[in-house]
Design a protein around this ligand. Structure first.
Ligand code: G
Ligand code: G
Ligand code: MN
Ligand code: NA
Length: 254
């Protein structure tokens, strides 16, 4: 069967699951949020990573209903953690360009927040630079409305696309996520260290918070701290975890 039909069937049968990767405040050394990352449970019960099916979901348009499911499931889970008495965590959800173009994103977000009771201020939408470059007016307006709803916005994989700086200033975003390709050789490559430092300074100048992705070593973390980076995410802290492992993870770190 074609991957598109298999994905369609998986969606109808809810054969997807979210894993959650912790985001750490590097000053307080505390978990402050989680990024939701989708996996497909295939016909053999194997977990298929998003890199193997998101592109197909985008080509077929299935990313719109799948993205809606992800958003609903992430908020439902976030609400469950709140109700279980865990500290307030933000939950970050990856957005695809199509959800912005013709996905009824405003209605979807409003509906999900109402039906789950998850606080808007704890929901963070991760946008790629490609989303921000599509139809400027429409995207600007949509982002403005999301901000009015109280939702937080971040730019994912920052530094790999080409947002102009003036554009960045006009956008209603809250946070930059430094792409892991710049973090990998932090401390080894003078160029990468300079780029990371520059992104952090740029973010802070625009009053944005900055998170580094793909942090794997104490050495990388030490550099990020010395540059004033706010948050970090990566294997140094944890791989993406199934939801049921999160309460223990949080307790063990406290
Ligand atoms: O979990 P993993 O590191 O394999 O994720 C790979 C990429 O897949 C991530 O960079 C992320 O941007 C993308 N991704 C994960 N979950 C989602 C999702 O729910 N929607 C979209 N559009 N992309 C996702
Ligand atoms: O949304 P985005 O594409 O940035 O998702 C992050 C991806 O990076 C996920 O697929 C996640 O599994 C992966 N990842 C997260 N932490 C690390 C890390 O420390 N090292 C590496 N190599 N990959 C990571
Ligand atoms: Mn992401
Ligand atoms: Na990323």
């Amino acid at each position: 069967m074609q991957i598109q039909s298999r994905l369609r069937q998986a969606l109808a049968q809810e054969k997807f699951i979210l894993h959650f990767q912790p985001q750490i405040d590097v000053i307080a050394n505390k978990v402050v949020g989680f990024e939701a990352l989708v996996r497909w449970i295939d016909e053999n019960g194997e977990l298929v990573p998003p890199g193997s099916f998101i592109a197909a979901a985008e080509e077929s348009g299935l990313i719109v209903p799948l993205g809606k499911w992800v958003l609903g499931e992430a908020c439902r889970q976030g609400r469950e953690w709140l109700d279980a008495g865990l500290p307030q965590f933000s939950v970050a959800v990856n957005m695809s360009a199509q959800q912005f173009k013709h996905g009824g994103i405003l209605e979807t977000v409003a509906e999900v927040l109402t039906s789950t009771g998850f606080p808007a201020g704890l929901l963070e939408l991760e946008l790629t630079e490609s989303i921000l470059l599509q139809d400027t007016e429409l995207v600007m307006q949509t982002l403005g409305e999301l901000k009015l709803m109280g939702v937080k916005l971040s730019i994912d994989d920052f530094g790999t696309g080409y947002s102009s700086l003036s554009y960045l200033k006009r956008l209603a975003v809250d946070k930059l996520k430094i792409d892991q390709s710049f973090v990998r050789d932090l401390g080894e490559s003078a160029d990468d260290s300079a780029i990371v430092r520059a992104i952090i300074q740029l973010g802070h100048t625009l009053q944005l918070s900055v998170i580094a992705e793909g942090v794997e070593t104490d050495r990388q973390l030490a550099f990020l701290r010395s540059f004033g980076c706010n948050q970090a995410q990566g294997y140094l802290f944890s791989r993406p975890l199934p939801a049921e492992d999160i309460p223990d993870y949080v307790l063990q770190r406290a």
